[in-house]
Design a protein around this ligand. Structure first.
Ligand code: UDP
Ligand code: MG
Length: 313
């Protein structure tokens, strides 16, 4: 790029060939209203459909398109990271390819950035495009995260956001493998502005995030930003130990006063199974953290690029 790039639009794509045409039409129309040079970076996250050739086709009619192809599917968070790593803009905007993030909103993000916001994001005012159960679970998750975490993560904050160069550089420093981006944005700080945003329904296909995936995502979020589960394990252990001592003293006193009493089979079984259960749960908690330490220690790259292309004539 010879001219200074103002905005980098980063679009993670997995099997989005049908959305890209409409997206580009709307996106470039909006971009033409903003002064300066812009780039649109599509990150192909291991699509198995024609996403790559669709981006190449669109690049013939739209200037400033770049394409990063992953060697396989690494997940949306990795795709966003790759986009941020590659972005040249004074600000980067992250948006979904499926048109759930209306391109027009870029104008609002841009204005808020001009007004001094360093991270500007859309807050979902209406979640009716998600099902009832998903909405409830999502609420519960953010409540829990706020209770557990040292970094309070704003509720209903979407992935549609603008990030200033300074914040992009800060985020690029964070190379942890467990990429809970919503936490990372909050963690780096900076002047943050939230704007109301209506999320529309997906135009083609299905959300890639099943409940199972969302559950894993939640677990990543908790373990990445809180050590409290480990502390809870310790406290529970201490509490059980105290109870055991008290009960032991009580039994000893009773034996001294009333003599040996044989029955007590149920008590023993209950105690053994209960304690066994608690121990297993907390071993599991510790295991979650150890597994993550292992992943981090291996230090593998967050994503692998097959090919990066720029289509400037
Ligand atoms: N996406 C991706 N990799 C994945 C899953 C999704 O790059 O493994 C992209 C997808 O193409 C879309 C965005 O991330 O542009 C949001 O995905 P989706 O619409 O499935 O999620 P939801 O809107 O339900 O959060
Ligand atoms: Mg979507």
């Amino acid at each position: 790029m010879n001219m200074e790039t103002v905005l980098s639009i980063i679009v993670p794509c997995m099997n989005e060939e049908r959305s890209l045409d409409t997206l580009c039409k709307q996106l470039f129309e909006v971009l033409s209203e903003i002064e300066g040079a812009h780039e649109v970076i599509f990150v192909d996250d291991g699509s198995t459909d024609g996403t790559v050739s669709e981006v190449k086709r669109l690049s013939r009619t739209h200037p400033g398109i770049r394409l990063i192809e992953f060697s396989r599917n690494f997940g949306k968070e990795a795709a966003l990271s790759a986009g941020l790593d590659a972005a040249n803009g004074e600000a980067s905007i992250l948006m979904d390819a499926d048109l759930q993030h209306p391109p027009k909103f870029i104008l609002e993000l841009y204005q808020a950035w001009r007004d001094g916001g360093e991270i500007v994001y859309g807050v979902r005012t209406d979640r009716s495009s998600d099902g009832f159960v998903r909405r409830q679970l999502s609420n519960a998750f953010y409540k829990m995260l706020r209770y557990l975490g040292e970094t309070p993560i704003p509720e209903n904050a979407g992935d549609y956001r603008l990030i200033d160069r300074k914040a992009v550089d800060a985020i690029k420093e964070i190379r942890e493998r467990n990429r809970f981006m919503k936490g990372i944005y909050t963690w780096v700080g900076f002047r943050t502005i939230a704007l109301p945003l209506n999320i529309s329904k997906r135009i083609h296909g299905e959300s890639a995030f099943s409940f199972r995936k969302l559950f894993d995502f939640a677990l990543d979020g908790v373990t990445a930003f809180s050590n409290k589960p480990l502390r809870v394990a310790g406290y529970t252990g201490a509490l059980v130990a105290v109870l055991a001592v008290v009960y032991g003293l009580f039994e000893a006193a009773r034996t001294l006063i009333f003599g040996v009493e044989v029955p007590g089979f149920t008590t023993i079984i209950v105690a053994v199974t209960l304690l066994g259960g608690i121990q297993m749960i907390f071993l599991g908690v510790i295991g979650e953290y150890i597994g993550r330490v292992y992943t981090e220690v291996k230090g593998r790259p967050i994503y692998i690029i097959r090919k990066s292309s720029e289509f400037d004539e």
